[in-house]
Design a protein around this ligand. Structure first.
Ligand code: ME8
Length: 728
């Protein structure tokens, strides 16, 4: 984007649409906040801006999460989607539209896209047998048991009749497109990765599924549902009314200027999406920009790792602006960045409370004290030569306006803010050097008043410029300062495109200041403790609502094993001392906190009931020797099949490394047999053999049991483990 886009009259930007399998966390907030800051600046530059966000609600992953939570997929999706939207509203994010992929407008438009692709000869029917990662909703090349290249989880075997998209036909066109549009993908690491993926050769892509039904039916062949990524990516045009009579927005805003995404979904956005669009005869987006990962305790913040922090927590203690400032200032956009409460509070106190906030308060208070709150006229009276800093400040302002714009528009937010804070520091230094609060004995009263007028009017003007520039990042604080400076509502100024004519000299003498009001009260030592405590309590309530802690239930039917995340030993973080057991990925809020539209399943225990049940069960301890009698070992599923006339049982053949066994397991209602093949599980290896339905079972597998109906979730491992390894 940068200059070109900034000078065009319309701007369309999007966030990823978030999966509704878990509640929003700071990682989701990060991408959405970045978009909000961009959108605010564009609008204040007089650019007709459309900012889209939403939720991705179809697919196997959501279907399974809903089942585990004892809800219908629609109920489940509505509850979590409502949480995303409520959070964006709480944080004051100014999205123009929020799309849900379960909405009729989206479904119709996706079906139109599918039909268009088929009519244009890019979709054909075939059959797919291969591996699939449910967690990433990704087709993976390789034999059964192959781990997903993105998340490392063991893939499932899928064998289905599918519709295929002729992705292979786009290899050359995509490479030519990347070449002709060097700004299409950023950062550079993403660009290189995507190009090498395409150069490696593209196979046709399966774009429908038949083994489950939670999706948009293929038009004319309703036993197929459309592949969730085709469904999801299409949101960027369906929300604009593509393929409907009401497509003015599509005509006006497409192609998107920026699809802002997390780096892990670059392939979908830089390969599949432009190929789908080219095939449909639609122009690809202008750019895809990938943010890096927000890390916490050295790992990617994600619910399945149990290392999340919620935006609500920071909002409750320090406010939304503090969170926005930290994310944009601390993390160079495109790189991974650590989130720590320590660093957050340090930035808050250093840059906001003691920096900008203190500067504003000093100047506004002095204008009140010395000039009755009215901006004084700067008039001769006191020789300007003695205050060369004043000229320097004016030059600094001009330079900052330019540099901030350039850096911000390149999405280099961190350096943009760094340059702005140089101006904060210089304005502070200018005040201190001229000390308008102190009259030296050898200065006349008239000279001193002239100095005060000059220095305070100059500093206030510098603050006005800083505030206008920082508005997209600190909208709440900027609104307060704008009022204090007697400038009225900053939102009105933004609507009147105030950033297009931002220049030194806008603060007129005679302007009446409003009363000073605190901006960023200093965060005391307990701020960190309070945030940690809020997180702890939240996690506790999520776990209780889900039926008690159960570490093995991170997400449905997938052995969690993220491989590409840093494995460094985590430093001792404030969260660590008290970090609770990770809440399940599928955990959704108790009905009391869910939107009214999401009725709880009738049989779900209420949050109050669950702990009560637990307390009722009397604690019975076993000794370590008792535990040692149970031989728990790692095994891999080689064969899995249903048993005739036993609808709950599966027959498994598992490999313990040193021997193979047959085990019967009552999980047939929850796991498709073919999807278990290749998975590593945990079994009780020394359980006495017993016969069921005429077959001998030599062991028992371990699974968490979820309320309300005891749905099992198989235990698994994050790291690679050899077969037969003993659990102790
Ligand atoms: O991938 N650090 O949805 P999702 C930075 N539905 N950003 C993070 C993050 C972290 N730790 N965690 C999440 C999907 N994000 C699909 C997208 S789009 C057509 C479909 C942000 O719920 C980041 O933007 O897994 C990432 O790409 C997105 O949330 C993933 O959200």
């Amino acid at each position: 984007m940068t200059d070109q886009a900034a000078s065009s009259s319309r701007f369309y930007l999007t966030t990823p649409i978030y999966y509704v399998n878990a509640r929003p966390h700071l990682g989701h907030a990060y991408s959405t906040i970045v978009c909000d800051a961009i959108a605010r600046r564009k609008r204040a530059l007089g650019i007709d801006t459309w900012f889209l966000t939403g939720t991705d609600e179809h697919g196997q992953k959501i279907e399974r999460s809903a089942k585990l939570a004892g809800r219908t997929p629609q109920e489940f999706a509505t509850a979590i989607s409502g949480e995303f939207r409520a959070l964006w509203d709480q944080l004051g994010l100014t999205y123009d539209d929020f799309i849900r992929t379960t909405e009729e407008r989206h479904k119709r438009s996706v079906q139109h896209l599918f039909a268009t692709l088929r009519d244009r000869g890019y979709i054909y029917k075939g059959s797919y047998t291969g591996q699939y990662c449910v967690f990433d909703e990704l087709y993976v090349d390789g034999p059964p048991g192959t781990p997903c290249p993105d998340c490392g989880r063991i893939t499932e075997t899928v064998s289905e009749e599918n519709y295929f998209f002729k992705l292979s036909a786009f290899e050359r066109r995509l490479l030519e497109f990347y070449e002709a549009n060097p700004g299409f993908m950023q950062p550079e690491s993403t660009r290189r990765e995507v190009i090498s993926f395409v150069r490696g050769g593209l196979k046709d892509l399966s774009v429908s599924r038949t083994s489950f039904s939670w999706g948009i039916p293929v038009p004319g062949d309703e036993k197929h549902v459309i592949y969730v990524w085709l469904d999801a990516l299409a949101n960027y045009i369906t929300a604009l009314g593509y393929g409907t009579e009401n497509d003015e927005k599509f005509k006006k805003y497409w192609p998107a200027d920026i699809h802002l995404i997390g780096k892990e979904i670059s392939r979908f956005h830089c390969v599949y999406w432009p190929a789908f669009l080219m095939a449909a005869g639609i122009e690809p987006p202008s750019s895809v920009r990938a943010n890096g990962w927000l890390l916490f305790d050295q790992g990617k913040m994600s619910k399945s790792r149990g290392n999340i922090v919620r935006a609500e927590t920071v909002h409750a203690v320090l406010g939304a602006d503090a969170l926005r400032y930290f994310l944009l200032r601390e993390i160079p956009f495109g790189q991974d960045g650590n989130f720590t409460f320590d660093a957050l509070v340090q930035r808050y106190n250093g840059d906001l409370a003691n920096g900008y906030g203190n500067l504003v308060s000093r100047v506004v208070n002095m204008v009140h004290k010395f000039f009755g709150g009215v901006v004084p006229q700067i008039n001769g009276g006191y020789p300007i030569d003695e205050y060369p800093d004043e000229t320097a400040l004016r030059i600094r302002a001009g330079f900052t306006i330019e540099q901030f714009a350039k850096r911000f528009d390149e999405l280099n937010f961190s350096q943009a803010l760094e340059s702005l804070w140089i101006m904060v520091a210089e304005t502070d230094g200018y005040l201190t050097a001229n000390a308008p609060w102190k009259k030296p004995a050898d200065r006349s009263d008239a000279d001193h008043t002239a100095l005060q007028a000059r220095v305070l009017a100059t500093a206030a003007e510098a603050i006005r410029i800083i505030t206008a520039l920082v508005y997209p990042v600190l909208p709440d604080a900027a609104a307060k300062v704008w009022r204090q400076l007697g400038q009225g509502e900053i939102a009105d100024a933004a609507r009147a495109s105030f950033l297009t004519h931002l220049a030194w000299g806008g603060l007129k003498p005679g302007t009446q200041f409003a009363e000073p009001a605190p901006l960023f009260p200093r965060a005391e030592k307990d701020a960190i403790e309070r945030m940690v405590q809020i997180e702890e309590e939240n996690n506790k309530s999520v776990i209780e609502a889900a039926g008690g802690p159960s570490p093995a239930q991170a997400e449905p039917a997938a052995a969690p094993a993220p491989t590409q995340e840093p494995k460094k030993k985590a430093e001792k973080k404030p969260m660590e001392e008290t970090k609770p057991t990770p809440a399940p990925e599928s955990a959704i809020p108790p009905a009391t906190t869910a939107p009214a539209s999401a009725a709880p399943a009738a049989s779900s225990p209420t949050p109050a009931e669950v702990p009560a049940q637990a307390a009722a069960e009397e604690k019975q301890y076993i000794s370590i020797d008792d535990f040692a009698k149970v031989e728990l070992r790692v095994a891999q599923v080689l064969v899995a099949e249903r048993i005739p006339k036993a609808d709950k049982l599966l027959r498994l053949e598992v490999d313990l490394g040193y021997e193979k066994r047959q085990i019967l397991a009552g999980i047939a209602q929850y796991y498709e047999p073919e999807k278990l093949i290749g998975r590593k599980i945990v079994i009780v290896a020394n359980l006495a053999p017993r016969k069921m339905r005429g077959l001998e079972s030599n062991g028992m597998l371990l699974a968490a049991s979820l309320p309300p109906d005891g749905a099992p979730v198989l235990a698994g491992f994050l790291e690679e483990v050899p077969l037969g390894a003993r659990l102790k």
